[in-house]
Ligand binder design. Structure first.
Ligand SMILES: Cc1cc2nc3c(=O)[nH]c(=O)nc-3n(C[C@H](O)[C@H](O)[C@H](O)COP(=O)(O)OP(=O)(O)OC[C@H]3O[C@@H](n4cnc5c(N)ncnc54)[C@H](O)[C@@H]3O)c2cc1C
Length: 417
């Protein structure tokens, strides 16, 4: 299992290429961009099978029963599989997650529409996030539209463009179809092209639900959520795959230790998806970027906020900007950015209060405090505890390993520039 873990990490690093050029309107950056995912999956699949793994492609899980010594999985096609531990990687719409969350409405949703098309002559830069207009009406809702664009791996003139928005889900929220109609109207202007000159390769869309109480602790013995199902991805970006790879090393080691020590009760498994103040703190950003219906702030507020934030982060340099662009929130960079925003544009503060509301800000302050606390713990307490770990009994060692990881990842100290 350890071998497989190491191999998986290496494989992913092979295909992740630091070549995207990002133009945020302020400065050009490099970002992680994924090339040829099918190739990556094929390599991982071969490796998995060579180690004795079996893949049931096209099968569907219909129920899971957990017992004292096993979890039994019933497939809709009639097969029955039994396992020591089930990793639920069924994504945002995992039926297990639906059951744990009791079908509760998400706290926020990111809606994405876009396409990959051939025919872009100017195809050498990328946008991580681009916004040029104030709040717009789509369907019956006010939305702030954002854009992302980058060269696709399928050909030199191929380009992927996304339009996305954050909403507070409620009746009357825009439909994907309405957003897609708007996308075809606005994309040519954004990219300086005409639709007639493009050959559409594929149309892309996605719904990304986010819950404030994420990541999701394991609710059942022997079942652990992983990837999008675990809610470990940032509520701001739709970079769930990036987040999955960021946590892969931590999780594969943790799962290995859990299985080896038989720590597969829900409490022990929950330690693998622990509270992370940096993830909880990013929820405020989604709220700040969602247009409010019947708003008492200017329709330009979101753009102004983004502009001043990115301007301050750019002034503070790569150690502040790069982790943020890669979805890693850290105490020092966040505190510096907030301080500089307050100095540079104090007049925006009342609008922030109006936009996100006092309860969200109070909640966020708690996570910000915890972010500082986790940073201190990981910096100063971690080395002391780590030196004692080998003297602990196995369960205690397993649990303390997980606490140390929670401090490190929850404060973003795993991020290396
Ligand atoms: C338009 C779009 C753009 C994206 N862009 C990026 C990006 O640029 N960078 C990035 O990092 N991430 C991006 N993502 C997110 C990324 O795709 C996800 O975070 C990632 O795929 C999550 O992987 P996962 O394995 O957790 O879940 P998924 O990829 O959602 O896989 C879940 C799997 O479970 C299966 N499943 C569901 N229910 C059952 C069942 N009952 N039985 C059996 N199988 C079941 C599904 O068929 C699916 O194959 C994007 C997503 C979309 C939609």
């Amino acid at each position: 299992m350890t071998l497989m873990k190491l191999q998986l990490q290496n494989l992913i690093l092979i295909d992740v290429d630091l070549r995207g050029r990002v133009k945020s309107g302020l400065k050009t950056f490099s970002i992680l961009e994924f090339r040829e995912p099918a190739k990556l999956i094929e390599i991982v699949k071969k490796r998995f099978i060579s180690l004795g793994g079996v893949i049931f492609e096209g099968y569907s899980v219909s129920s899971i029963c957990t017992y004292e010594n096993a979890a039994v999985l019933l497939l809709a096609e009639g097969k029955i599989l039994s396992s020591h531990l089930i990793i639920d990687a069924m994504g945002n719409f995992s039926p297990v997650v639906k059951q744990i969350r009791s079908g509760r409405k998400p706290d926020g949703v990111c809606l994405v529409v876009g396409s990959c098309a051939r025919g872009f002559k100017d195809n050498s830069t990328s946008d991580v996030i681009y916004s040029s207009s104030s709040v717009k009406k789509v369907g019956d809702s006010e939305v702030q539209l954002f854009w992302e664009a980058f060269p696709a791996g399928s050909g030199p003139l191929d380009r992927t463009t996304y339009m996305f928005t954050y909403i507070d889900p409620q009746a009357g929220s825009p439909k994907l179809e309405e957003l897609l109609e708007r996308y075809w109207d606005l994309m040519p202007e954004y990219q300086g092209v005409t639709l007639d000159n493009l050959e559409i390769q594929r149309v892309i869309y996605g719904i990304f639900p986010t819950y404030r109480d994420s990541p999701l602790p394991a609710a059942f013995n022997r079942i652990l959520q992983f990837g999008d199902a675990s809610g470990i991805q940032s509520p701001v970006s739709f970079g769930g795959f990036g987040s999955l790879t960021r946590h892969l090393g931590r999780l594969s080691t943790g799962v290995y230790e859990a299985v080896r020590g038989d720590f597969v009760d829900s409490y022990s498994l929950s330690l693998l998806n622990p509270y992370m103040p940096n993830l909880s703190a990013s929820w405020l950003f989604q709220r700040a970027m969602s247009a409010k219906q019947q708003s008492d702030v200017s329709p330009d507020f979101i753009n102004e906020l983004l502009y001043v934030n990115f301007q301050c982060m750019q002034k503070l340099g790569d150690p502040v900007l790069r982790p943020f662009l890669q979805d890693v929130i850290k105490f020092g960079p966040l505190a510096k950015t907030l301080g500089l925003v307050m100095l540079n544009k104090p007049q925006i503060i009342p609008s922030i209060f109006k936009q996100v509301g006092i309860p969200v800000l109070v909640d966020w302050s708690g996570h910000f405090f915890m972010l500082g606390y986790y940073t201190l713990l990981s910096t100063f307490a971690d080395p002391v505890i780590r030196s004692l770990l080998n003297a602990f009994p196995p369960r205690m060692k397993y649990e303390w390993n997980r606490y140390l990881e929670a401090w490190k990842y929850g404060s973003g100290l795993d991020y290396k520039l």
